[in-house]
Design a protein around this ligand. Structure first.
Ligand code: SF4
Ligand code: SF4
Length: 65
């Protein structure tokens, strides 16, 4: 089984647009609020079907095809 996708390593690599959350066909992504009230996606490993649509849709990862 492939690893679950890493949507961001640093918060600077995610603008919290929720596009990954919206596109996820497995409902595996939840937007979690951090201590400052900004929302970041979190992948539920058990729900993720490793389709990688979330990586493809992410505007900050457009360099990955
Ligand atoms: S790889 Fe697919 S199922 Fe897994 S979190 Fe991304 S969009 Fe959802
Ligand atoms: S699509 Fe990318 S920038 Fe938008 S919330 Fe998901 S990981 Fe963050």
């Amino acid at each position: 089984m492939k690893e679950i996708p890493i949507l961001y390593n640093r918060k600077e690599d995610c603008c919290g647009c929720s596009a990954c959350y919206v596109i996820c066909p497995g409902e595996a992504i939840h937007m979690m609020e951090d201590e400052e009230g900004f929302e970041y996606p979190k992948v539920d490993e058990k729900m993720c079907i490793r389709c990688c649509l979330c990586i493809k849709v992410c505007p900050l990862k457009s360099e990955i095809s």
